[in-house]
Write a protein that binds this ligand. Structure first.
Ligand SMILES: *Cc1c(COP(=O)(O)O)cnc(C)c1O
Ligand SMILES: [Zn+2]
Length: 397
């Protein structure tokens, strides 16, 4: 059973109303309620083939390491640019300054396009192609577009990307170099999303917007699978995550449930902490108000595009993960985030993306107010490399 090459996907299930959808048809959101669809797997069977021993023998150190609980059925569609299996770096110096012994960074900046967006788009493009898609479309604040462009170029299919006019110029060059058809849109990522939807529907393109199709989340889920393996089938006590659309937080939460059902981890969960910028904090507001949904944040502002996301279709899933884990949601000022970027570079030699640095700013607050404990294992999600947006280093917000 160790060599089982197939995916154990059985169906898609609505994460809100439970309606079952066919996994062999190209689906987007729930046909009944319009909410997020989750791929489901035969985890009973998975117990036989996904074990600490079988994993130790595997030589695949990329997104497809846990191929049984990934949606792509045929091996030939499992494209890879070497995404995933990023290092967990012990931040000794920064930890010492803060009195925290076990502070870690999951360095997602080491992914192919410099951010963890590679994981989600690798999975979505691979599965889309397996189900017959030839042209993909998506709105982006930049990093997701770069990842989509990379995987569609690699797989020789087309991408149509819609981005706000103020998207970093280098990322625009990058997307076009990799063959994307790029349209600049006035406004924010939500405006780009409306445009992508309208033009995409007219042309029959498959829209891979965050959580509006069921597969990007499976790519992001692998972050949670890797964490359990890093901690030798345990999990950290705290995860701090810079939240935009929330696929990462929601994906990891799904991963933990699957790992428990596979018998690989126990029932304990890390406290999930969502970080947003002061100028765009719909999840923080909803968390504080005890709301199930987050609504839209008016006049969103932040220098850091990946977390300047005024509304998220997966809001209820993010809020559930935070609440069920006894975590919290916290907003940080851009200026504090910028200082944190410089601090990590200086003390640890790591140039991190601004969005990711927001986790350090949040940790400082949570350390000061006693929410985190000095002995806890804390993982910061370094969602991207600072090298993807050079312009942010020279100018303070
Ligand atoms: C997209 C992005 C985020 C936000 O990720 P979500 O999973 O959409 O919440 C955070 N950091 C970086 C660098 C990003 O590109
Ligand atoms: Zn539904």
């Amino acid at each position: 059973m160790n060599n089982l090459k197939n995916s154990l996907i059985t169906h898609l299930e609505c994460s809100f109303c439970g309606k079952v959808h066919d996994a062999d048809e190209l689906n987007t959101v729930c046909k009944k309620c319009g909410k997020v669809l989750y791929p489901r797997y035969d985890l009973e069977k998975g117990k036989e083939c996904i074990t600490p021993n079988s994993l130790r023998l595997r030589k695949t150190y990329n997104l497809w390491r846990f191929h049984e609980i990934m949606p792509v059925k045929q091996e030939k569609y499992r494209i890879s640019l070497g995404e995933g299996w990023t290092p967990l770096i012990h931040l000794k110096n920064l930890g010492e300054k803060m009195g925290l012994k076990e502070l870690y960074l999951k360095d997602e900046g080491q992914n192919p396009t410099g951010t963890f967006k590679s994981r989600g788009l690798c999975a979505a493009v691979a599965k889309g192609i397996e189900l017959g898609v030839k042209e993909f479309s998506m709105p982006t604040a930049g990093n997701a577009g770069a990842a989509l462009a990379a995987y569609t170029a690699h797989a020789r299919v087309k991408s149509h990307i819609f981005a706000p006019k103020d998207t970093d110029e280098f990322i625009q060059v990058e997307m076009k170099a990799m063959g994307a058809d790029l349209t600049l849109v006035n406004g924010l990522i939500t405006d780009a999303g409306a445009e992508a939807k309208k033009i995409g529907i007219e042309n029959g393109w498959f829209d891979v917007s965050t959580l509006k199709e069921p597969y990007r989340i499976e790519g992001k889920k692998t972050m949670g699978l890797e964490l359990a393996e890093h901690f030798e089938w345990g999990l950290p006590d705290v995860i701090i995550y810079p939240t935009g659309g929330g696929t990462g937080i929601v994906g990891m939460w799904k991963a933990f449930t699957e790992l428990e059902e596979l018998g690989l981890i126990g029932h304990e969960r890390p406290k999930m902490i969502s970080v947003q910028p002061v100028g765009c904090q719909p999840i923080v507001r909803a968390f504080e108000n005890g709301d199930e949904f987050a609504g839209t944040w008016p006049n969103a502002t932040s220098k850091f595009g990946g977390i300047r996301v005024p509304s998220a279709i997966g809001d209820y899933l993010i809020l559930r993960a935070i609440r069920e884990s006894h975590g919290t949601a916290i907003a940080v000022a851009d200026i504090h985030t910028h200082e944190s970027m410089l601090k990590l570079a200086k003390h640890e030699g790591i140039m991190i993306a601004g969005e990711a640095a927001a986790t350090i700013a949040a940790l400082e607050k949570l350390n000061d107010n006693g929410f985190v404990d000095k002995t806890q294992k804390i993982v910061l999600f370094g969602t991207g490399s600072g090298l993807v947006t050079p312009s942010l280093w020279s100018s303070s917000p």
